[in-house]
Design a protein around this ligand. Structure first.
Ligand code: NBG
Length: 818
């Protein structure tokens, strides 16, 4: 196993791979074929390190964290792996000598898009940090055959196209059939008395085989390679059916269908649960397989199951994997034959839960009818957990039935997964200071009061290796040139840039890099949207999932307002601005999709209006995903983080922009609050109502958007343009729903649920300040650099160290290569 790569050998390997995979010579192949050949060559370089890492786990008898998540939004691996090997130059040269360009080869990779947004991307950043810091970890997830849909924009509307990421095979994964595990659904539970105790046996069930595929997660420059283990489903061999079931053809067919459908597709909802039966099946499927496997692995080396938690932590990424609490109990009770109290102690010392949202519609609740039918034994266990917990509540708060109503795991015919997670875990964390505070004081107040010791905060982070080193190579080189390369593995070093912020030459260099990146993005926009944008204009960007609370609508309404001003006064002195959007809407989220249509219609009108002299442009980037995100963050001047205060748990895009030297326009929400602590409020454009104000209005009323509509003629004009056909002449009613959402009290929703009109004026003011500030080139350059220099706290390495210190208590491993 050699540490360094020999360029000539590499060339030979690539040529050989092309031959053996495609029966072609290197001068006959397409870039997609070269990608496969290079990826396999890189996998060859990884494989010994991967094996060595797992040998080292065993040797150290290391504690492992199992990061359990329905979503891992990893983005492409080739580029990241090459960076982690620290052999970029060699590989680049080898390819170029073969007549290929590394960037365009990387472009051939389909993003593994096994996630929706923030939560899934966070999981991917965490895996990168765990490996780079040398901590033993598995990511446990699902190998969806179709990941997040591809978005096409046709006539301004979002169209969802299936994402066939596995079509040509995924070169980095390895099938581990030897670890296949059976997972059982449905049937009924029989109790068998053995003279001493009851045994619970699930009968008449359907089952599938869970077959794991491992994807290597390379640490940066340290030879550590962890695994992302994603489970595929296959039909069980019908020969395995019990005697009773043999010949049951119907059942065999059903089992086959179950296996086919269960991992078919990722639910495309972000911050919103769908309540679909198949979703619960997916959850139990990957959790049961992962928990069974973790126990088996432990038992290979240990015989005292009571100490399981000393060697394993399960981190539950939101409520989706919460069934792990009950599944671990089931295995300990039914298969390890422990007593309840023993099993409960182990479980509650193993599981830890991260809450990622306070949005009510995201908190999963399963009807007990469905839950108990699908998971009869697991349901029994949840009932018992609930019975004991309710008894505790009664003991602590005698006669307080309100408490039980508010806290019981099973209530009103539903299983409340967040409460199961809290009760079954030793740690409950929020993802930014403000968010954790809101959990403690508002959403989970009762639980915090009863078990404050469980609660803690872990402010999110991002990996600088993908979002600066890989995504912004020009800036990365410049930073290294100035302060050395320690920032790559310890981002707190980036603070050292502060000494250069007043240096005019550095300011120029910094802004010149930004300019180069803007040219790169402008080219991408031209190629993909056919729109010309001027890289000298301010690139003002909002990219994230489309959700009402994130308020893309407020952004576009403000663009409409600016456009009105320009139409009234074409000579108005404003710095040319390019408003860039990128966002997928959940397929069934009508208002979100209509907002996309609105953005595109506004874009159409504005971009084609010669009379405003190109002072405004609006671009909706199709199919926003990790790979184009890297281009976008590096090219942004202004970062839009404008959620209704209290609603965005943390945000992580905000950090990626900051690191790349964009200035934030934002509310005091999520991690924006901590960004302001780091860089100073004066170096951001903060606006809008505070979380306290919003929560107060929500609880006590007193907000009437109609007052604003009546009193503010600019706002009124913009809103009227939603319903007078200004942006939809063929169908003036098209945007009526959006108009109504802001003004009319419909059904249960309060009008303007997300306080857009309330914050509009202060938002517009903040934008005016941006316009002024941008004219002062030195101030802007200094502030942009200061943002980069102040982003040190927001590395996911820092976040992971905190999880390790407070929750997982892992030890670092070292992997030496011979
Ligand atoms: C999201 C929040 C974001 C946060 C990410 C990662 C869900 C349910 N929540 O604010 O909306 O940054 O989680 O923690 O996806």
């Amino acid at each position: 196993m050699s540490q360094t790569i020999n360029k000539d050998e590499l060339k030979k390997t690539i040529v050989f791979n092309v031959k053996s995979i495609y029966r072609k010579t290197i001068d006959e192949v397409t870039p997609a074929m070269v990608y496969q050949a290079v990826a396999l060559a890189v996998k060859d370089m990884i494989i010994d390190r991967w094996i060595a890492t797992h040998k080292e786990y065993d040797k150290q008898d290391a504690k492992i964290v199992y990061y359990m998540s329905m979503e891992f939004l990893t983005g492409r691996f080739l580029g990241n792996n090459i960076i982690s090997l620290c052999e970029q130059k060699e590989i680049e040269e080898a390819l170029s000598e073969l007549g290929f360009d590394l960037n365009s080869i990387e472009d051939q990779e389909r993003d593994p898009a096994l996630g929706n947004g923030g939560l899934g991307r966070l999981a991917a950043c965490f895996l990168d940090s765990l490996a780079s810091l040398g901590y033993p970890a598995y990511g446990c997830g699902i190998r969806y055959r179709y990941g997040m849909f591809k978005q096409q924009i046709r006539d301004g509307y979002q169209i969802e196209v299936p994402d066939e990421w596995l079509k040509d095979g995924y070169p980095f994964e390895i099938r581990r059939a030897e670890y296949a595990t059976e997972v059982k659904f449905g049937g009924y539970v029989e109790t068998e008395w053995d003279g001493k105790r009851n045994h619970f046996v699930q009968k008449g069930y359907q089952s599938v085989m869970a077959v794991p595929y491992d994807i290597p997660i390379m640490g940066y420059g340290n030879n550590v390679v962890n695994s992302l283990r994603i489970w595929d489903a296959q039909p069980v061999n019908t020969f395995n059916l019990s005697e009773f079931d043999k010949g049951d053809y119907q059942k065999a067919v059903e089992q086959e269908n179950l296996a086919k459908t269960i991992v078919e597709v990722l639910y495309p909802n972000d911050n919103h649960y769908s309540g679909k039966e198949l979703r619960l099946k997916q959850q139990y499927f990957f959790i049961s397989a992962s928990v069974q496997r973790a126990i088996k692995k432990y038992k290979e080396k240990h015989d005292d199951i009571h100490k399981f938690y000393e060697k394993a932590s399960f981190q539950l990424n939101d409520t989706h994997p919460t069934v792990a609490v009950a599944e671990l109990m089931r295995i300990l009770l039914d298969e390890e034959n422990l007593e309840w109290d023993e099993a409960w102690e182990i479980t509650t010392k193993t599981c830890a839960y991260t809450n990622h949202t306070i949005m009510a519609e995201a908190l999963e609740k399963w009807p007990i009818e469905l839950f108990s039918r699908l998971l009869p034994r697991v349901y029994q266990i949840v009932e018992e957990i609930n019975r004991r917990f309710v008894a505790q509540i009664q003991q602590r708060y005698p006669g307080d039935n309100e408490k039980i109503r508010r806290m019981a795991i099973i209530y009103d015919g539903q299983v409340r997964m967040a409460y199961l997670a809290i009760v079954g875990s030793f740690s409950v964390n929020g993802v930014a200071k403000l968010h954790t505070e809101i959990l403690e004081k508002q959403e989970l107040r009762d639980f915090y009061e009863m078990m404050p010791e469980k609660f803690n905060n872990k402010t999110n982070g991002i990996t600088q290796r993908r979002f600066l080193l890989h995504g912004n190579p020009l800036l990365a080189d410049w930073v290294t040139d100035k302060i050395g390369n320690e920032w790559i593995t310890d981002l707190s070093n980036i603070k050292k840039l502060s000494v250069y912020v007043d240096d005019e030459k550095c300011q120029q260099e910094f802004m010149n890099i930004k300019y180069q990146n803007k040219i790169r993005l402008a080219k991408y926009i031209k190629e993909h949207n056919g729109i010309d944008v001027d890289p000298r204009s301010i690139f003002d960007v909002q990219v994230k999932r489309l959700h009402e609370y994130k308020r893309q609508l407020m952004n576009i309404l403000h663009v409409m307002y600016l456009y009105n001003q320009l139409k009234d006064n074409p000579n108005m002195d404003i710095v040319p601005r390019t408003f860039i959007f990128g966002a997928k809407a959940a397929a069934g989220y009508k208002r979100a999709k209509l907002t996309i249509k609105l953005i595109n219609n506004v874009a159409d009108v504005i971009n084609n209006d010669k009379s405003i002299g190109g002072k405004l442009k609006v671009v909706f980037i199709e199919d926003y995903r990790v790979s184009n995100a890297e281009l976008i963050f590096s090219a942004a001047d202004v970062s839009e983080q404008i959620s209704t205060a209290s609603k965005e748990a943390s945000g992580t895009g905000n950090m990626k922009f900051m690191l790349n030297g964009a200035l934030t326009i934002g509310t005091m929400d999520g991690a924006n609050v901590e960004m302001a602590e780091e860089v100073g409020k004066d170096n951001m454009f903060i606006f809008g109502a505070s979380a306290d104000e919003i929560i107060n209005l929500e609880n006590n009323g007193g907000y009437n958007p109609m007052d604003i509509f009546n009193n503010d003629q600019d706002i009124r004009r913009v809103l009227m343009q939603l319903i007078n056909g200004y942006y939809s002449p063929q169908d003036p009613e098209l945007f009526r729903d959006i108009y109504n959402s802001l003004l009319n009290t419909q059904s249960s929703d309060r009008a303007d649920t997300y306080f857009i009109l309330k914050d509009f004026r202060s938002y517009a003011e903040a934008h005016k300040k941006i316009d002024q500030a941008y004219r002062d080139e030195k101030w802007w350059a200094r502030t942009a650099m200061l943002n980069t220099a102040s982003a040190g706290k927001f590395s996911s390495d820092r976040t992971i160290e905190e999880y390790v210190r407070d929750i997982w208590h892992l030890k670092k491993i070292k992997v030496e290569l011979k």
